[in-house]
Design a protein around this ligand. Structure first.
Ligand code: ADP
Ligand code: MG
Length: 251
């Protein structure tokens, strides 16, 4: 089987500091890959390098077999890689529906997107995305009135509206309640039926809920890879990451 996304021997350097060293990663169709690792391990940098938000010093990123290394971020987005950043980037004064409308492919600017005649297809697409992210009842509420968790789902919905084949999520449950975190896991599993997903996460309960394959990053390199059980019983992972979590949890 061919990888949808393939990262080969990737190196990212910030003024002499090696943030990523020789990272390899393959993501297959419909797969959920979860990336864990201590703060500063290079998790966000890996997603940044894939979408050219951080420059790749050496190595390659392939999307559906095509070399996209250091291509323009908007080109990469248009090709089908959707990226959600850590902080929600939504229009608070607009309704949920209008936020999704703005994110649709081919929307040019707030004014034209909202005043242009909505085709049946566009409307259907928006409702489909709202359905998938559990926001259908909030469609005509202003985003400002939503909970923190719901705002994160609006942003996931905006990414889906762009029809990506792979979705990259950076700590989607940050700041969420336990209920919102669980609901996010179910949303991600449902999205994975038709998309590949790479998700950075540190809440191990959440990781267990969604994870199929886990990649552990440490000091800019892949430390381990495998199932939840394999990673949790790996002595190197316990040493640099999970052991610390246990200590923190006990403190
Ligand atoms: P993680 O997401 O795993 O917590 P990051 O990828 O954000 O880690 O950061 C990895 C390392 O690279 C950190 O030491 C961070 O300070 C550094 N770093 C990240 N982005 C930049 C940048 N734009 N310029 C300089 N250093 C950066
Ligand atoms: Mg990060």
């Amino acid at each position: 089987m061919k990888a949808v996304l393939s990262v080969k021997d990737l190196n990212v350097v910030f003024s002499g500091f090696k943030a990523l060293s020789g990272v390899n990663l393959d993501v297959y169709d419909g797969e959920i890959v979860t990336i864990i690792g201590p703060n500063g391990a290079g998790k966000s940098t890996l997603l940044d390098a894939i979408v050219s938000k951080s420059p790749v010093a050496s190595g390659k990123v392939f999307f559906n077999g095509k070399d996209i290394t250091n291509r323009q971020p908007y080109t990469i987005a248009r090709m089908g890689i959707g990226r959600k950043f850590q902080n929600p980037n939504v229009y608070n004064e607009l309704t949920v529906f209008d936020n999704i409308l703005l994110a649709l492919k081919g929307a040019h600017g707030i004014f034209s997107a909202i005043t242009a005649k909505l085709t049946k297809a566009k409307k259907g697409k928006i409702y489909d995305v709202l359905e998938r992210t559990g926001l259908i009842d909030q469609a005509f509420e202003e985003v400002s009135s939503l909970s923190h968790g719901q705002k994160q789902w609006v942003e996931i919905a905006m990414v889906l509206a762009q029809d990506p084949s792979i979705v990259l999520l950076d700590e989607p449950t940050a700041g969420m309640t336990a209920e919102e975190t669980f609901a996010t896991g179910e949303i991600i599993k449902s999205i994975a039926k038709s998309h590949s997903i790479v998700v950075i996460e540190h809440d191990m309960e959440f990781v267990k809920q969604i994870a199929e394959r886990i990649v552990v990053l440490h000091q800019g390199a892949v430390l381990a890879e495998g199932s939840v059980e394999e990673v949790q019983s790996n002595p190197k992972v316990i040493e640099v990451y999970l052991g610390r979590e246990t200590i923190n949890a006990a403190a």
